[in-house]
Design a protein around this ligand. Sequence first.
Ligand code: DGL
Length: 269
Amino acid sequence: MKGGAAIGIFDSGIGGLTVAREIAARLPHETLIYLGDTARLPYGSKSAETVIKYAVRNVSFLKKHELKAIVVACNTASAVVLPALREIVDIPVLGVIEPGAQAAVAATRDGTIGIIGQPGTIRSGRYETAVLQRLPNATVYSLATPLLVPLAEEGWLGTEVSRLVLKEYLAPLMEREIDTLVLGCTHYPLFKPEIAKLCADTFKLDVVLVDSAVSITTELEQHLAMLVQLNETGAPRHRFFATDSAETFRQVGAAFWGGEFPQVLHIDL
Ligand code: DGL
C-alpha cells in the first residue's frame, strides 16, 4: 500500500520547486505534495529557532496526506531542522545538505571546495562539517550570497546585472582556485549556465557545480528502492500548496517548476 503514498516536499517558498522538478523528472511515477511557506519567506535570514518552528508547522500540514517520505528542499531548513522533524514523523525525512556534501566530495579533484548559500545555511556550518566528515583533508570556503534569491525571483537570469553580481560574489572563491562549487540554495540551480560560463571564460577555471536538487533526488531514489517503495508505473497527481497568494506562487514559480501547475491551493498555517 505504501507505493500509493506520496512524497511530501516543503520549502520556504518557490525555490524548492527546483528540487520538486528534478524529482518529478527522475521519478515520474511518484506523486508530490509540495508546500511553499511563502507567507514566511525568506528563511535564509532567520534564526535556527524560528526556522525549526516553521518547519514543524509545515510537516504537521504535510502529515495530513498519506506520505512515504518527506524532503526538506530548503537548504536553510535542511541545515537545522532534521532532528526536530524526525521526532514528529516515522517516515524518512531527507535534507539536501548531506547528499550535496557527498556529491562535492565525489567531484573534487584536489579537495578545494566552495560553498555558497543563504546566510542561515552558511552560518550553520552544516555543509562544511558534512564535507569534512567525509574528506578531512578538504579545504572548504563558504560564502553567503543572498542577493541571488531576489534576482532569481525577479526573473533577472542571464542579465548583465546577474553576471556582475555573480562575478563579484564568486571572485574570492575563484582566487582560492576551488575545483568544486556547491550551489547550496534552492534558487541557485537556475544560475548554473551563467556560473559555468563565468568560471570557464572569466576565471579560467574548471569548476564542477554541485546541484543539491540532483543529489537529493539520487538519495531519495536509493532510499525508496531500498524500502521497496519506488513506483514503477502510474500517473502522478501532484498537489501544490502555498501559505501566501496561490496566484503569485503560480506566476513566480513557473520558471522554477518549468511549466504550468496543475493546481495551487492557498492554506493558512
Ligand atoms: N529556500 C532557501 C534555501 O534554500 C532560499 C530562500 C529563503 O531564504 O527562504 O536556503
